[in-house]
Design a binder for this molecule. Structure first.
Ligand code: NAP
Length: 293
């Protein structure tokens, strides 16, 4: 079997077109969805993520409020900004780019964001709502993965899903979403991590494999059942002298060999990545929709 590629760029483009239409409807009702992006310091990777998020907002008509603060910003200064954004009616979503400089307590900042504007879905109130299955802002990367699966017509009901990785931003929330008693859930989930005994035995059972370990070749072809669906969340730099930058990006899956066994597979780049920002836009539009009832 040679796997069909799940084209994350295309799914993201389709969703962004749908969101652009929603934004136009909101504007006709006098509401412009607004996302405040907060970047503290000058970490190059964070800068490029923030710039990409702001550009994506502009492309679909979301107002993006850019807040760039120096590295030496104090906890109090950042809390004051978050408080101002919480009260600003033009702002429907607040995103504080992580990591923050070491003098700032990240968890205090995330707790200070109004849960009704927490479009990253990291506030404990929203995490709790997700766990009990209440409607809320879902964290962007795992929600993007659920959308990729649904839009590729992958049957989740009754499926054996094995997730490799248990982080708070990918593995744990994804497991929660996929076990919900709902059309976007109803799967049977196994979550593996570095203390799991014999990961291959678990992965071999899977109808759907989600690799989110952050390590190249975590999933090799011998671990994959014929016809499995494989979602590769990993983004890893590997040295490559043929590239101008001296490296290339690979996922956690041995893509070429696994493609010979899987039925569907996401590439890296161009799979899960484009969905993450799209789901941030989705949450911002949802938040703005709440204000018009
Ligand atoms: P993380 O916080 O480092 O968590 C990695 C998880 O994988 C941990 O639970 C760890 O287990 C587990 N793990 C690591 N090596 C393993 C191995 N050999 N076998 C089994 N489990 C293993 O990473 P993350 O933030 O979840 O991100 C995971 C990957 O996804 C990274 O490559 C990241 O760059 C990528 N990512 C991509 C996007 C996107 O939008 N495309 C978004 C987020 C993350 P322990 O808990 O036991 O340590």
């Amino acid at each position: 079997m040679t796997a069909k590629i799940i084209d994350g760029k295309q799914v993201a483009a389709d969703m962004r077109a749908e969101l652009k239409a929603e934004v136009e409807k909101l504007k006709a009702k006098g509401v412009v969805p607004g996302l405040a992006v907060v970047l503290v310091g000058d970490d190059p990777a964070s800068k490029s993520y923030v710039t990409a998020k702001e550009k994506a907002c502009e492309e679909i008509g979301i107002y993006s409020d850019d807040n760039r603060l120096p590295t030496e910003t104090t906890q109090q200064q950042l809390m004051t900004l978050v408080d101002k954004l919480n009260k600003d009616s033009k702002i429907h979503g607040i995103l504080v780019q992580l990591p923050l400089p070491k003098q700032i307590d990240e968890s205090k900042v995330l707790l200070a964001i109004d849960p009704n504007k927490d479009v990253d879905g990291f506030h404990p109130v929203n995490v709790g709502k997700m766990v009990v299955g209440e409607k809320t802002f879902l964290p962007c990367t795992p929600h993007g993965i659920v959308q990729l699966l649904l839009r590729s017509n992958v049957k989740l009901e009754g499926a054996e899903v094995v997730i490799v990785g248990r982080s708070n931003i990918v593995g744990k929330p994804l497991a929660n979403m996929l076990i919900q008693k709902s059309p976007t859930g109803n799967a049977t989930i196994t979550v593996c991590h570095t203390r799991t005994k014999n990961i291959a035995e678990h992965v071999k059972r899977a109808d759907v494999i989600i690799a989110a370990a952050g390590r190249p070749n975590t999933i090799t072809a011998d671990m994959v059942k014929d016809g499995a669906v494989v979602i590769d969340v990993g983004v890893n730099r590997v040295e490559d002298a043929t590239k101008k930058k001296g490296y290339r990006l690979v996922g956690d899956v041995d893509f070429d060999a696994v493609s010979e066994k899987a039925s569907l597979i996401t590439p890296v780049p161009g799979g899960v990545g484009p969905m993450t920002i799209t789901m941030l836009l989705y949450n911002t539009v949802e938040s703005a929709k709440r204000t018009v009832g």
